[in-house]
Design a protein around this ligand. Structure first.
Ligand code: PBG
Ligand code: ZN
Length: 337
């Protein structure tokens, strides 16, 4: 009878061995929690397609941000739902805009928490596109000026980091330049470097009320079929001074996360987007999957693919599971007694 020299099961046989040879781990330090700040007072409205995620006014944002901070989550990512929208997204770069007010309040009330802001126009334009429209399409260079103004206004309000998600060419340089000229050389830019035109953003557009009113985002976001283009996009952002490069969405693009890790020496972030969250929530609600286990398996897949940071609506849930001693890798153990 043939016995192989190597038996993979030997080192898996005891929990203590599995703990010793585990290759990747998840920490609360890896997590960034996205939040939706809505204009007004006393607002706390659950997003119907994202159970557990709310559009909320500043006082509730502060409350939940405090909770995230106490769970050991180092940073939140802010999206704004302004009082009014217009063709040029004025609220985005107004010093009294929804995000600017939210940043000031958060830095006052939860100073230990890092505030990262999403820099884009789509939450603030009445047409829902990520820039200003000329001749039926988003005009790249005209949009750059507004994005730069927006990023500067966030920095002035006290943002710790800015994260442009618009996918205009040259935006990292435009933002870096204006920040540097204005005395914000120390504010890092986390670039949504590789952002695909994805159906997985569906629930977010309900949350941020940012569905394009005509057409789609394919003239500025990437084609899901492309890998080499991701390398070009990231390279451009690195050359322009990005401090962190992000891949978005997450699960359908783990191969791209790995490419980024292998190709560049900057921290890599991955955005586990709204549709990925909603799928797990829906299947969990139906009782079709063990939700906690699938959440942790998903988180560890990002780490294994090479991500350093995970932007995720599961951040609070994952942090709670970590604190309960639910080791990330246990999620990959079979449920046998
Ligand atoms: C805005 C933006 C989007 C997301 C983050 N920033 C949506 C989009 O491009 O339509 C998606 C996040 C998510 O789905 O969770 N540019
Ligand atoms: Zn946008």
């Amino acid at each position: 009878m043939f016995f192989p020299q190597f038996r993979a099961r030997r080192i898996r046989g005891k929990e203590v061995f599995r703990n010793m040879v585990r290759e990747t781990s998840l920490s609360t330090n890896d997590l960034i929690y996205p939040m939706f700040s809505a204009f007004g007072q006393g607002i706390r409205k659950e997003v119907s397609s994202m159970p557990g995620i709310y559009q909320q006014s500043i006082e509730y944002i502060v409350e939940e941000a405090q909770e995230a901070h106490e769970l050991g989550i180092p940073a939140v990512l802010l999206f704004g739902i302004p009082e009014t929208k217009d063709a040029v997204g004025s609220d985005a770069y107004s010093d009294t805009g929804i995000i600017q007010e939210t940043i000031r309040e958060l830095k006052k009330k939860v100073p230990g928490l890092a505030v990262i802001t999403d820099v884009c126009m789509c939450e603030y334009t009445d047409h829902g596109h990520c820039g200003i429209i000329k001749n039926g399409d988003v005009d790249n260079d005209a949009t750059l000026e507004l994005l730069a103004k927006e990023a500067l206004s966030h920095a002035r309000a006290g943002a710790d980091m800015v994260a442009p998600s618009d996918m205009m060419d040259g935006r990292i340089a435009a933002i870096r330049n204006i920040l540097d000229e204005s005395g914000y050389t120390h504010i890092p830019v986390m670039s949504y470097a590789v952002k695909y035109a994805s159906g997985y953003y569906g629930p977010f557009r309900e949350a941020a009320e940012s569905t394009p009113q005509f057409g789609d985002r394919r003239s500025y976001q990437m084609d899901p079929a492309n890998r080499l283009e991701a390398l070009r996009e990231a390279q451009m952002d690195v050359e322009e001074g990005a401090d962190i490069i992000m891949v978005k969405p997450g699960l359908p693009y783990l191969d791209i996360v790995r490419e980024m890790r292998n190709e560049f020496n900057l921290p890599v972030a991955v955005y586990n987007v709204s549709g990925e969250y909603s799928m797990i929530k829906a299947a969990g609600k139906m009782g079709w999957i063990d939700e906690d286990r699938v959440i942790m398996e998903t988180m560890i897949s990002f780490k294994r693919a090479g991500a350093d940071l995970i932007l995720t609506y599961h951040a609070k849930e994952a942090a709670k599971l970590l604190h309960k001693g639910y080791e990330a890798a246990r999620a990959t153990r079979c449920g046998c007694p």
